[in-house]
Every structure is written in C-alpha cells, then in structure tokens.
Design a binder for this molecule. Structure first.
Ligand code: ADP
Ligand code: NI
Length: 215
C-alpha cells in the first residue's frame, strides 16, 4: 500500500497544480497529516482508507466544477482501479469522499464509518483557526466577495443550493460555517484541537470589529 499512497500523492499534486490556495496540495497535505494523527487515537479504523480518502477528498471540489458532485468520485474510482486497490477499499474511500462535505450535512449517513468521522474532522480542523481564517479570506478574494458589510447579516438557514451560490461576505462565512464546526466534531481528538482554533477565531473577530469601527 505504501507505493499506492506515494502514487496517490503524485496524482493529487499534479491534479491540483494551480488550484485556489485554500484548496491546493498544501490543504490536502495538512488534512492527510491531521487525519493520520486522529487515526492514531481511534482503534479499529482502516488506515489505508483514512489516507486515501484524505488525499483524494478535494480532487475535484464541486465549487470549482460548476457544482458537479459526480466528478470527484469518478476520478477517484478510475485512479484507484488503475492502482489495483481492492474493490472493498475503493467503495469505502468513495463513501468518505461523497459524504465529507459541510454543505451535505443535512443528508449525513445515520451511522458514519469511523474513517469518515476521522477525515471529516481533519478537513474541518483545517477550516478553522489561523489557517481557516487565511483560507476563508483567500476563497472570498478568489470569488471577489466583500470582506465585510455591516448591513448584511449572516444567513443561517441557507439551503444547500443557496450555500453553494452564496456571494455573501467573508466575515458572514464565519457565522454560517466556521464557528459551527467546533460542535460538529466527531472524535475526541478532533474536539480538543477544534477548541483552541475556535477561540482564536473569536479573538480575531473581536479585533476585526475593533479595527473596523474607527471613531
Ligand atoms: P465543504 O468543502 O466541506 O463543503 P465548503 O464548501 O464550505 O466546505 O468550503 C471549504 C472552505 O472553503 C471553507 O472552510 C472556507 O475556507 C472556504 N469557503 C467556502 N465558502 C466560502 C465563502 N462563502 N466565503 C469564504 N470562504 C468560503
Ligand atoms: Ni478539504
């Protein structure tokens, strides 16, 4: 499996060449490392499924493919089959990739497998804290969204389609997603890591408003 993992790293690096900085190879590398760390604290998980899912989870993010959610599973299956990965492992990896997303949380599976819980926590940890703040402003800039507008309130009841199309402010994204993640963590280790990053974002927002409100 070691050489399959190495081949996957090369495949993902090449596919994400030139990607938006919040969803580039370095995001994948951080999520891969975080997922391995969390996996060490969880018994009975399949480490190959954890690693392959972490590596492939943003291979074709629908945000950058006109909302199409079928591309990532298709590319991943083709790649894993080309590596002769056992079918049972492929199915488990695809299940993680298809269910990891925050915007699909209303359709989350009732009894998620441990590998999904781990990789989802790793992806969510990388969405918060200092890195989370940087990624969010980078993505907002990429979409040319306003940073902040005191007259536009966060929308906590967006449908999945509204969420995907949203051109709201980047500060509102904190309330619409980032600050909700702490309470959505699946694993004990994930919960612990999330708390520190959550508090850091609250401090950031305090300081942001202080500096915004010049008097
Ligand atoms: P997922 O990929 O889990 O469905 P998102 O689509 O919410 O999650 O996007 C992942 C990351 O992209 C977010 O954590 C954030 O950094 C950035 N992002 C997504 N939507 C926005 C937005 N409207 N404004 C700013 N950043 C965003
Ligand atoms: Ni991701």
């Amino acid at each position: 499996m070691k050489s399959t993992i190495n081949n996957t790293v090369e495949f993902v690096k090449e596919k994400l060449n030139g990607a938006e900085a919040g969803h580039d190879w370095f995001h994948i590398e951080r999520v891969w490392k975080l997922a391995r760390k969390i996996a060490e604290t969880e018994k009975n998980c399949d480490p190959d499924v954890v690693e392959l899912s972490a590596l492939l989870h943003d291979i074709a993010d629908p945000k950058f493919h006109n909302g199409d959610e079928t591309i990532a599973p298709r590319i991943s299956r083709e790649f894993l089959e080309s590596q002769n990965v056992p079918n049972e492992t492929i199915e488990k990896v695809l299940f993680v990739i298809e269910n990891i997303s925050f915007k699909n949380r209303s359709q989350a599976p009732a009894n998620p497998p441990i590998e999904l819980k781990i990789v989802q926590d790793a992806d969510r940890i990388d969405a918060i804290g200092a890195i989370g703040i940087a990624r969010t402003f980078n993505f907002g800039g990429f979409k040319n969204n306003p940073m902040y507008d005191p007259n536009v309130q966060p929308n906590l009841n967006m449908s999945k389609e509204q969420y995907k199309k949203s051109n709201g402010t980047t500060i509102n994204h904190f309330y619409e997603k980032l600050l909700l993640l702490k309470d959505l963590m699946n694993t004990e280790h994930g919960k612990k890591m999330a708390q520190e990053r959550h508090d850091y974002m609250l401090n950031f927002l305090d300081q942001f408003y202080k500096e915004w409100n010049v008097d």
